[in-house]
Design a protein around this ligand. Sequence first.
Ligand SMILES: Nc1ncnc2c1ncn2[C@@H]1O[C@H](COP(=O)(O)OP(=O)(O)OP(=O)(O)O)[C@@H](O)[C@H]1O
Ligand SMILES: [Mg+2]
Length: 495
Amino acid sequence: MNDLALDIRHLSKRFPPNVTALTDASLTVRRGEVHCLLGANGAGKSTLLKIVAGAHRPDDGEMLIGGRNVELKNPQQAREAGIAMIYQELDLVGQMTVEENLMLGYTPHRFGIVSRARRSARVKEALARVGAGFSASARVETLSIANQQLAAIARALTCDARVVVMDEPSAALNETELKRVFQVIREITAAGVAVLYVSHRLNEIREIGDRVTVLRAGRTLETQALSEVDDRALIAAVVGEHRELLERAERKPPRDALALQVTRLQGAQGLDVRDLEVRQGEIVGLAGLNGAGRSSLLKGLFGASKVDAQVRLFGEPYSVRTARQAIRCGVGLVPESRKSQGLLLDAAIYRNATLVHTRRLTWFSHAQAKQRSEPVLKRLQTKFDNLEQPVRQLSGGNQQKVVMAKWVIDGTRLLLLDEPSRGLDVGAKADLYALARSLAEEGAAVLVASSELDELYVNCDRIWVMHEGRNVACFDPLHASRDQIEQTILMGTKA
Ligand SMILES: Nc1ncnc2c1ncn2[C@@H]1O[C@H](COP(=O)(O)OP(=O)(O)OP(=O)(O)O)[C@@H](O)[C@H]1O
Ligand SMILES: [Mg+2]
């Protein structure tokens, strides 16, 4: 028996008229291995995975599954060949229940006629395996993004795949959920299933991966065992140059004037923030466990959730009930879930990048919108063909940059960022924080929530730790150790 579950040879893919997503991609995935795919935003990872899943047809090259040459014409054929795909954009049907969605994973062809009760039992078993805390009869659109992701993974499990392909599953999951998914990955690989796994996070790849292939501008570089390659080499391979991305950047000290002054902000689920201030020119981080209240605080400040608060913004009393009011006051939020909250997927890039403007200033001409969005998109090194393209055609990370651009363009005075680096490659992450820094230096204030402490540590002037709805301790990263902060995140009190 062939020990190669998947053998990809010289695949190429163009999107007419002039995008070349893949030029020459080759890699092999062994049975029982977790093969990681790493690469900059727009490098072609999702395109490659979609070819494997039968969602795109390659222009050139060939593919073997279990040693047999296949030409997949559609996702159904890929499923029949034993490929299960977990997409970067979730592809469950919102109006259907979890169970109905999972049933879609069954191909009558492979399973013959299976009784409803048996299928139902399998669905439940798969949900239990991923640790789903929701019922099989819940409608998918009522679930959080994380739970939808878990349902998608459960669906992959129910169809007895030979190869499971995962496109940035971690982008929507918290630490506990991800641990659970890793556990499932270990179980299925021990049983011989092969996994092709995309992520931008090196620590994650190191934890779960056996081998890694870097994809740069549509071409695969040499595959390496993870035990034989260090982070620097991987980063250099991804961004194609040597960049100092892991060190603290030189910063001007913040000004004395206060930009944001939260005396008190209270809301649902025990949210109770007191005496949190951000000065002009300052970047303040929010660290904490999932559910610690960071997103709720940001949403409350943005008028996107109901709070009872006493807040001043640039010295003026600030109280908003809607996002529209917040925007008018110069407050911008880059939300955690960009798909459902941040973008109109079928509208042109420049319209998305200027949503704030075009909604507020009806006379704002399209030409001006383009003129204003272009430099910011360039600064974030957004990869696109032209500004008229629908956002849907951009790679996941580049969509995230469009969301960022929207708020930067509008001359935001208070920028609220919720997990902004999710889905961004290492270089893009650095660009994003460089942009936040330059906004701050122009006098804006930035409040950023992230579950990656390293990122806050390197980029923030101060870090507030939140625990069970409260802001419990504030740290200066120049003086506090990471351990100290981590301890506080877990315990809820300063050690
Ligand atoms: N349907 C499409 N039409 C036109 N261009 C597309 C389409 N899908 C992808 N592209 C382009 O192909 C290139 C590769 O995109 P892909 O989504 O594969 O990148 P990626 O490596 O997954 O990036 P990310 O890390 O941001 O998710 C990008 O330039 C993207 O804009
Ligand atoms: Mg992608």
